[in-house]
Design a protein around this ligand. Structure first.
Ligand SMILES: NC(=O)C1=CN([C@@H]2O[C@H](COP(=O)(O)OP(=O)(O)OC[C@H]3O[C@@H](n4cnc5c(N)ncnc54)[C@H](O)[C@@H]3O)[C@@H](O)[C@H]2O)[C@H](O)CC1
Ligand SMILES: [K+]
Length: 496
């Protein structure tokens, strides 16, 4: 599914109106009706609904919703935050129709007046502002949003919760906290930012018949259907070599665990052969957890000479001079797909130019803190516009970037972007990144298209955590990274 900025949304709108010739009033009718139909599924027709409208087309959607719900037997009332003369364009067209019906209509005057109107209200619909919002909310929007946020009644936002910008990079203080947001055609970028996602509540895209340009280059979500369509198939006559030969380099005497989890997760997610490159002292401990792997000690000078389909480096490697020189050697010498994680990302900060020298694809898997450090900015700044920073970085350094978080953003060197929305807070624990690195390595070994492999790997990782919790196997408190191995199998099972 596509995700859009305000500019992209207005472009689709004008393409639909100007090139395809569909009148804006029809689009507004479609939007209002689609929202009304979905409100019917959630709010009983015995409920009193108050619809708040503003000066723009978001308000116009509200007039259509009011008419539709009224005609379907709901008790609806409308509160306009602007005077009649400020309502114009397509919104005015629908306002004039609404006026002919017996729907109680109020023009907002004061907090007291609104308190009176709200007395018997059981649900509100927010059509005050949509993607046309600029900067901080002005009066009376700010006051009304503040008053509504204090109420615990059911709140439906149309397109975007009032006050929240469509685009990343904008800092605002006030916004309506909705229970559900019905996004007109496409969800907007801020629904995927940690900072703003909670204002949206649940988000549901509603098709209103917009016609996008031929090949839109929008960000897309990656979900179960995408995985289903692209998951590498296991052919009956395949052998272990069919599924690639992978190398995981990591682990130190102090941190043996990470590399174990990466290797095991890779094998659990379909890798054919995995070799672990680690310190000699680590091998006996790791081998008891991953007996399926083969081992090399990183002190042997020629351990990189074998050909591997894909290599992952960095987990639990440490930040010693010896570890750094090993990482450099790997980045320079590995002639296949290479994934850099954890301590390899730490090393990269001072050595980013090495990435530009690589002739084979490179994947970086930072979390927000690691990415901010690579960019030399604060995490807060990164999280204000993670899509923009990711795209610029991936293009500049010619890498595939997996920016891990509650919304994982995957970007390729051409700037194509996908976002993964599954997973849960149980993953916020040491080791879950190591498991992800293993799943990604495995998919890199098996898949043809790299960005598809990365998207599938991230989705399987999140789905494993969701599966374990939804089925009561673990909770968001006690879930451990090693438990994910069990989840991976269960998720694969749902595709067979
Ligand atoms: N094809 C489509 O995309 C469709 C979208 N629809 C709906 O239309 C809105 C976008 O409409 P637009 O008129 O461009 O913007 P808004 O309704 O969000 O309001 C603009 C309005 O708000 C005032 N304003 C701006 N910033 C502030 C502020 N900080 N405080 C107070 N007031 C502010 C500004 O002066 C303008 O008057 C979209 O979201 C959809 O809901 C169509 O209905 C269907 C087709
Ligand atoms: K709104």
């Amino acid at each position: 599914m596509h995700i859009v900025t305000a500019k992209e949304m207005y472009e689709v709108d004008s393409h639909t109106v100007q090139s395809a010739g569909i009148d804006g009033k029809i689009l507004m009718e479609n939007a209002g009706r689609a929202v009304a139909t979905n409100i019917e599924k959630r709010v009983a027709n015995t409920c009193r609904i108050l619809i708040f409208t503003g000066s723009g087309n978001n308000g116009g959607d509200g007039f259509v919703i009011a008419r539709t719900l009224h005609l379907r037997g709901y008790h609806v009332e409308v509160v306009s935050l602007v005077d009649e003369e400020k309502i114009n364009g397509d919104a005015k067209f629908h306002y004039d129709i609404l006026k002919k019906l017996s729907v109680p209509f109020h023009f907002y005057k004061s907090e007291n007046q609104l308190r009176g109107i709200l007395v018997h209200t059981e649900a509100i619909v927010d059509c005050m502002l949509g993607i046309g919002v600029k900067g901080h909310l002005k009066s009376p929007y700010k006051e009304v949003v503040g008053q509504l946020n204090k109420l615990s009644i059911y709140k439906v936002a149309v397109d975007i919760p009032t006050g929240i910008p469509a685009d990343e990079g904008v800092e605002v203080k006030d916004g309506l906290y909705a229970n559900v947001t019905f996004s007109i055609q496409y969800p907007k970028i801020t629904a995927f930012l940690e900072r703003y996602a909670s204002y949206y509540g649940e988000w549901v895209p509603l098709d209103i018949g917009l016609i996008p340009p031929i090949k839109p280059s929008f960000v897309q979500t990656w979900g179960r259907n995408n995985v289903q369509a692209t998951l590498p198939k296991r052919k009956r006559f395949a052998h272990k070599g069919t599924f690639g030969k992978g190398l995981v380099i990591g682990g130190s005497d102090e941190m043996p665990g990470s590399v174990m989890m990466t290797a095991r997760a890779a094998l659990r997610s379909g890798a054919g052969l995995i070799t672990i490159g680690t310190t000699r002292q680590n091998i006996p401990a790791i081998a008891s957890y991953v007996p399926e792997a083969t081992y090399k000690t990183v002190d042997e000078m020629d351990f990189l000479s074998d050909q591997y389909t894909s290599v992952a480096v960095g987990m639990g490697l440490g930040r010693t001079e010896k570890a750094f020189s090993l990482i450099e050697q790997v980045i320079r010498q590995v002639k296949s797909l290479l994934l850099l994680d954890a301590d390899a990302l730490y090393y990269l900060k001072q050595n980013l130019s090495l990435l530009k020298e690589r002739e084979y694809p490179t994947v970086l898997t930072p979390h927000a803190g690691e990415m901010a450090r690579l960019l030399g900015i604060t995490t807060e700044r990164l999280l204000l516009k993670p899509f923009t920073y990711s795209k610029a970085f991936a293009k500049e350094y010619n890498v595939h970037l997996v920016l891990k978080g509650p919304f994982t953003i995957i970007t390729n060197p051409q700037g194509e972007q996908f976002v993964i929305t599954n997973g849960n807070v149980g993953l916020a624990k040491g080791g879950s990144g190591d498991v992800l690195a293993g799943i990604l390595l495995s998919f890199m070994m098996q898949g043809a298209c790299l960005i598809t492999s990365l998207c599938n790997g991230c989705w399987i990782h999140g789905a494993s955590a969701d599966h374990l919790i939804e089925n009561g196997r673990y909770s968001k408190y006690d879930l451990l990274a090693t438990d994910l191995m069990e989840g991976i199998g269960s998720v694969f099972h749902t595709f067979s």
